[in-house]
Design a protein around this ligand. Structure first.
Ligand SMILES: *[C@@H]1O[C@H](CO)[C@@H](O)[C@H](O)[C@H]1NC(C)=O
Ligand SMILES: *[C@@H]1O[C@H](CO)[C@@H](O)[C@H](O)[C@H]1NC(C)=O
Ligand SMILES: *[C@@H]1O[C@H](CO)[C@@H](O)[C@H](O)[C@H]1NC(C)=O
Ligand SMILES: *[C@@H]1O[C@H](CO)[C@@H](O)[C@H](O)[C@H]1NC(C)=O
Ligand SMILES: *[C@@H]1O[C@H](CO)[C@@H](O)[C@H](O)[C@H]1NC(C)=O
Length: 555
């Protein structure tokens, strides 16, 4: 019976004026049951025992009619009096072992945990499930000590997965600020595949409070949440299942180049909108690059325009070149719109490590958004790893200095770069590109090294940014396989740079810029005419054996 419980849409009630308003709780819960919640916890921290018991009895009647378990928050005595299915205990409530002794083996006992140690103790004491949180700050919960974010939840899940059998078996839900706008992303990101476990531990459900109890129509709200729960997130909807390598490297590269030509043609044919939110430094150049490859640039830094723009089938580029509090709010508004519409987003965390403002901005963006592609140089990608809850294994021992964090020296060897992009891409379930003389790009399953390009790209402003613009247009035009689309964008860009650099009229970076635009355009025109020879110079390597460099550890 107990193991039949479905934790997927877990309703936690709230009787406070701010959330319930003047409505009747029993009616609200009945509406939620009709909408599809799969388990209910009655939480009421202020009513007298008499009220608690009479309300719980009414709730239990309704829950029984729907064959849904009812748990009581905190009060083992109330659960006993009502005869419902169990209790949920916070860290300040009754001891789990004690509650188990009183309630017996058949009742469900859940525990709130916000750290590995609390999770460990709760499992040892016999909890059936853990409510892990707080995920996001909410109006009812602002205590920042307990706000552990998605990284904190990942960490606890990973602990449970690698501890003993009981930890592996314990059910989990996450709680704190889950609502219709973030539910799918949270589930998607917490279900990242693992290289070591075939079925890595993920959450069994999401606990929802105000998004149901405070909703104008709790039945419709629950229905909507349930629908979201059983559907893939929009940013996943247009992409194919994960791809795996073709057996022979030559076949893989041949296939990739054929796809690259198709992707270049798709940009030309579809002329996707490249919606750019960014600094003003190289606007003109970026717009010209977008036009040269066949995309349609639009500059719109005002977030309120994004909901309309996101529906036009284009992509968004978030460039952190200049970060202001106002800009950040606009970014978030635009990201939410594209995430909801499934429009691809490329994040370019320019100079992410340079200041604490940028580090915090990156952290905050990654905690609340899905990015289809994150691109950066090795220092920027290291900050991305930090925002994803990872740090250098060697950090703290002073060797981060040796790794040249503050100098111009390379941080990672080539095999280490392959490892970092593949680890991050798998964890974030997206595409990660680390640029350099050799670029490394991965979707967590396939990893490629790309070695085209020219030194002049490093001598002009905005070359990194405009690569982001290019990739965004490619993914918008070919969303099925985002990794291949991104690779195609990089090849188009870097091969055009090589072609430009060797032209007789190019004398240096200054004359390179117009020649580069010409060659970007030329590649696009050539593809339109059915010519494919430009891919002949592509330098692509499949990295089939990404070695676990043991470089990064959980923060
Ligand atoms: C719980 O219910 C949801 C929605 O019906 C379903 O998709 C899911 O498979 C169920 N989970 C379990 C463990 O039964
Ligand atoms: C909880 O109960 C167990 C077993 O009865 C006991 O060993 C432990 O000390 C108790 N812990 C607290 C905090 O009361
Ligand atoms: C959903 O929750 C997030 C995080 O708590 C919050 O930022 C966002 O405003 C909420 N959205 C809605 C529609 O309530
Ligand atoms: C696009 O991105 C670049 C990169 O920073 C930016 O400078 C430019 O303003 C953006 N605008 C357009 C139209 O591409
Ligand atoms: C463009 O490509 C063609 C071959 O496809 C080549 O002959 C030509 O020189 C290239 N450059 C320009 C600027 O046309």
């Amino acid at each position: 019976m107990k193991d039949q419980v479905n934790y997927s849409l877990y309703l936690v009630t709230d009787s406070t004026e701010a959330i319930l308003g003047s409505r009747d709780l029993v009616e609200v819960v009945e509406q939620a049951l009709l909408g599809g919640v799969t388990i209910v916890q009655y939480r009421d921290k202020s009513s007298d025992t008499g009220i608690l018991i009479s309300t719980a009895k009414k709730l239990h009647e309704k829950c029984k009619q729907h064959n849904i378990p009812l748990l009581i928050n905190d009060r083992v005595d109330v659960a006993l009096a009502v005869g419902c299915e169990g209790v949920h205990l916070g860290q300040d409530d009754m001891n789990i072992s004690e509650a188990r002794r009183i309630l017996g083996e058949d009742k469900i006992i859940g525990a709130t945990v916000s750290s590995i140690e609390e999770a460990r103790v709760a499992v040892v004491r016999g909890a059936d499930y853990l409510g892990i949180g707080t995920l996001y700050a909410t109006n009812t919960k602002k205590n920042t000590k307990d706000i552990i974010g998605i990284n904190g939840i990942r960490k606890i899940l990973r602990f449970l997965d690698t501890a003993d059998e009981a930890s592996k078996a314990v059910k989990t839900v996450c709680i704190g600020g889950v609502n219709a706008s973030n539910l799918q992303r949270i589930i998607y990101q917490l279900s990242a595949p693992s290289p070591t476990a075939s079925k890595p531990k993920t959450i069994d459900g999401v606990a929802i409070v105000s998004a149901i109890v405070g909703a104008p129509n709790p039945k419709e709200a629950s229905k909507h949440l349930f629908q979201l729960l059983v559907s893939p997130p929009p940013f996943k909807a247009t992409s194919n299942e994960p791809h795996f390598w073709l057996e022979k490297d030559e076949d893989e590269v041949t296939h990739l180049l054929a796809e690259a030509i198709k992707a270049t043609k798709a940009v030309r044919d579809k002329s996707p909108l490249s919606h750019n939110m960014t600094n003003l430094v190289v606007q003109n150049f970026a717009a010209n690059v977008a036009l040269a490859i066949g995309a349609s640039p639009i500059m719109a830094n005002y977030g309120a325009e994004a909901p309309d723009l996101s529906k036009l089938g284009g992509a968004l580029v978030i460039n952190m070149g200049t970060v202001t509090p106002d800009g950040l709010l606009n970014y978030k508004q635009a990201i939410a719109a594209y995430n909801a519409a499934g429009g691809p987003i490329v994040l370019d965390p320019v100079g992410a490590g340079a200041t604490s403002v940028r580090r915090d901005a990156l952290q905050s963006l990654m905690a609340t958004s899905y990015f289809d592609v994150i691109k950066g140089n090795e220092r920027e990608i290291l900050q991305v790893a930090r925002a994803s809850g990872l740090t250098l294994q060697s950090e703290g021992s002073g060797s981060s200095q040796q790794r040249g964090v503050d100098s111009g020296k390379a941080l990672f060897s080539l095999p280490e770069k392959a490892y970092v992009v593949s680890l991050l891409a798998r964890r974030e379930r997206n595409v990660v590109l680390m640029t350099g003389a050799t670029d490394f790009i991965s979707d967590g399953t396939r990893t490629y090294a790309l070695s085209n390009g020219h030194a002049y790209l490093g001598l002009i402003t905005g070359s990194g940014c405009t690569l982001g613009t290019t990739i965004s247009a490619y993914i918008a035009a070919s969303p099925g396989d985002k990794l291949l689309a991104a690779v195609a964008g990089v090849l188009h860009y870097e091969i055009a740079a090589e072609m430009a650099a060797v032209r007789g009229d190019v004398k240096g970076p200054g004359t390179f810029v117009p020649a580069f635009l010409d060659e970007l355009y030329n590649v696009s025109v050539a593809v339109g005419e059915g010519k494919e020879d430009w891919t002949g110079v592509a330098k692509v390597q499949c990295i089939k054996d990404v070695v676990d460099a043991g470089l990064l550890k959980e923060l």
